[in-house]
Design a protein around this ligand. Structure first.
Ligand code: COA
Length: 381
């Protein structure tokens, strides 16, 4: 079949490539397995949401207890991996180190290509348990600080703060962090998740899919946007300078990080929830500067470009106010989105057909080397 350029859907915009039962997005609501994320953020912990996304139903209290206990036992990483992370150049992007470390996790499993559903479900738990340990190991190493091993007495969010900072913040901050993880956990066929599904579709292994997905998420217009937002806010620096900054940025046709979305053209339903989280943190830190700057940027983007902010616009200052280094924002995103990637990996395998689109050729017309002296002894037809 000849494919015409007019058939091409650049960026796969509007193309429905498969079915999913994991999440649904519409103009007003994002749901995981039918539950609005707004409600999940209000009533559930991150681990319950991970369980829901993987298994389709929320766990009972007993199931959650068992799940959390089991997962806490998986947090530690090998000495080999710790040494490897600590041997990387300090200036290396944390996303590159995380990508490499996840790949190493896969190397340790001789039967990683055995895609038995129970084994994959267990691998997904290992990944969610170990990724924060990898991130925190790197976090401490970059600062020249001694590594803090995971503490099985602590919950998911408290343990992560403990491993990074050596202390656990007040409950309100933990709650804020947990809400961001819940909101980041899953989002349909976004580029990194679709990457994971492509890898799954070749019957490769979950570690390869997660490694590839991290590579996709790293891109500045995907998961890299949350750090891009904070760099932009620091560049603007003061509310009084914001209007002049955004006017000039738009005149120079700069891409404003944290704005626009392929699917949400009328606004991202996660943003109001993230805004509430940001306001709690601004209040705790008594630092309203980023919100003031954001209000001016958002108002101008709506008036001039009819564009709404996306989740990353709010995530940037949230993680900054929590004290995380900007370079690590995308690795926090990975800690959460790995739930969605692994769920989609399993769903893809359950109904697999290898993903292999076609392209419309626009290169040179047919040409020939006839007449050129042969430089092989072989006579190929
Ligand atoms: N700032 C300024 N202009 C933007 C913009 C932004 N953040 N996002 C899109 N545009 C403009 C484009 O330049 C383009 O203008 P043009 O038609 O004059 O060339 C138009 O809007 C359409 O943009 P396009 O890149 O085709 O939209 P898309 O659906 O392919 O891309 C994103 C969606 C998210 C990749 C894009 O909006 C973006 O790069 N945003 C910034 C990064 C970001 O926040 N990513 C996180 C996404 S959750």
């Amino acid at each position: 079949m000849l494919i015409m350029s007019s058939d091409v859907r650049k960026g796969l915009e509007g193309v429905v490539v498969d079915e999913t039962a994991i999440s649904r997005r519409d103009v007003k609501e994002l749901t995981y397995r039918g539950y609005p994320v707004r409600e999940l953020a209000n009533y559930c912990c991150f681990e319950e949401v991970a369980y829901l996304i993987w298994d389709g139903e929320l766990p009972t209290a007993a199931q959650l207890d068992r799940f959390q206990n089991e997962k806490r036992g998986y947090r530690e990483i090998s000495d080999y991996l710790i040494e490897l992370i600590q041997s990387f150049p300090l200036a290396t992007d944390p996303m590159d180190k995380l990508r490499t470390a996840v790949s190493v996790l896969g190397m340790n499993e001789a039967d990683a290509l055995d895609n038995d559903p129970a084994k994959n479900r267990n691998r997904a738990m290992h990944l969610i348990a170990k990724i924060p340990t990898i991130v925190a190991t790197d976090y401490r190493h970059r600062k020249g600080l001694e590594r803090i091993p995971p503490n099985p007495e602590l919950g998911f969010t408290a343990n992560f703060f403990h491993m990074c900072f050596g202390q656990v913040p007040r409950q309100e901050v933990l709650d804020c962090f947990e809400v961001t993880l819940i909101l980041y956990a899953e989002h349909g066929f976004n580029p990194s998740t679709f990457t994971a599904r492509i890898v799954a579709s070749t019957l490769s292994d979950m570690y390869s899919a997660t490694t590839s997905a991290i590579g996709a998420l790293k891109g500045p217009i995907h998961g890299g946007a949350n750090s891009g937002v904070m760099r932009m806010l620091l560049e603007i620096s003061e509310p009084e300078q914001t209007q002049a900054w955004i006017d000039e940025a738009l005149r120079a046709k700069r891409k404003i990080m944290g704005f626009g979305h392929r699917v949400y053209k009328q606004g991202d339903p996660r943003v109001p929830i993230m805004q509430a989280v940001l306001e709690v943190l601004a209040d705790i830190e008594q630092d309203w500067r980023w919100i003031e700057i954001q209000d001016i940027v958002a108002r101008t983007m709506l008036q001039r470009k009819h564009m709404h902010p996306n989740i990353d616009f709010k995530a940037g200052p949230i993680y900054y106010l929590m004290g995380f280094d900007i370079e690590f924002f995308s690795t926090i995103f990975v800690m959460s989105r790995a739930v969605g990637w692994t769920a989609h990996f399993m769903e893809q395998l359950a109904f697999n057909r290898m993903i292999r689109p076609r392209s419309s050729y626009v290169g040179p017309a047919l040409r020939s080397l006839t007449g050129r002296p042969a430089n092989r002894t072989l006579q190929l037809t």
